[in-house]
Write a protein that binds this ligand. Sequence first.
Ligand code: LLP
Length: 400
Amino acid sequence: MINFKELSKKYKTPLYVYDFENIKKNYLELKDAFKARKSLVCYAVKANSNLSVLKLLAELEAGADCVSMGEVKRAMYAGIPKYKIIFSGVGKRDDEIEEAILRDILMINIESEAEFDRVELIAAKLEKSARISIRVNPDIDAKTHPYISTGLNENKFGVDTENAKKLYIRAKNSNYIEPVGIHFHIGSQLTDLKPIEEASSIVASMLRQLKVLDIDIKFFDIGGGIGIKYEDEETIKPYDYAQAVLATLKGTDVTVVCEPGRYIVGNSGYFLTSVLYEKENSSKRFVVVDGGMNDLLRPSLYKAYHAIEAVNAKGKTSKCDVVGPVCESGDFFAKDVELPKLKNGDLLVIKSAGAYGFTMSSNYNSRGRAAEVAIEEGNDRLIRRRENFEDLIRLEKEYL
Ligand code: LLP
């Protein structure tokens, strides 16, 4: 059991706490689920990009799925080898493409014909060959929140199957593009296996068609997206996930790549915030805390549910909104939750905050970002110090 009260005293709040044993367990569980095949788990760095988290995964031999050169550099800095790094994303700048080619990463995941043109041009200029995969949009409804659903034609991601095929043929005939992978990712926080199975089957059939055209794809990248339990969701088990995908790949000889983010870190993280005070008006009870939407944006942005536990507070509960100090009505962590009467200094633990928590934080309202702490073998360790006022003005003060 993690002693949250101790941690909040030692490191102050707001604070992120990550259970490294749990991260390790989740990673190994997924890796193990694919053991019947050659596989590579490329952790989605965007979910939680703290260097110590990346180093832990590097030591477990994970690869990385990155969506900016910043993420690629982070992953390499933390020890993830270049040959396990994928660079995805709909909008890559020329300098990022150039650097990805020069750094010789595993593959650049191309999301449009226009991007294909840029990559080919830049590779030609460098007189190098760029290893690529193409993100196929299988036009599948992933049945998740519309903001994190990506596999429908109405979404900005990927290339439809017909155009993807044309791009692979172009790649085959190009001196500067080497097609090594095929990719899809239909959305995040997926709790239904069916759409993944369908997407995998569509993309696997394309893989077979490419083989006939003598285009030999080595990596079958199924993206990320496995959901976690925030509340009472039924979630997909890694074994069932792997079996469903592998069933679509019979008779092929590809390395399966997956890009989980949330699954690995989501339930391994906690956000700790202290109560400042309560406030009540004729219709509502508010619990005002020291953390805000700048620290953990998911409730404000997606109305996402995060369970909240009041540590050490007991007694009769009543409904309240848990709100932060930021000057926005949207600055809340929960609405109408049952909590006991709270006073200054009481601690709240916001659960399942390990994915898309710290990485989506900002300095809005000139608030320094929270500190981050790792729990490893029962010991706690600071892995990012709290931002202070100096940090906030560092990039501006010389221009005064
Ligand atoms: N691969 C690709 C190409 C992706 O776009 C994503 C997530 C992942 C992998 C990892 O997905 P995961 O396994 O974590 O579901 N901020 C949102 C989530 C955005 C996900 C974006 N792409 C949230 O807080 O729910």
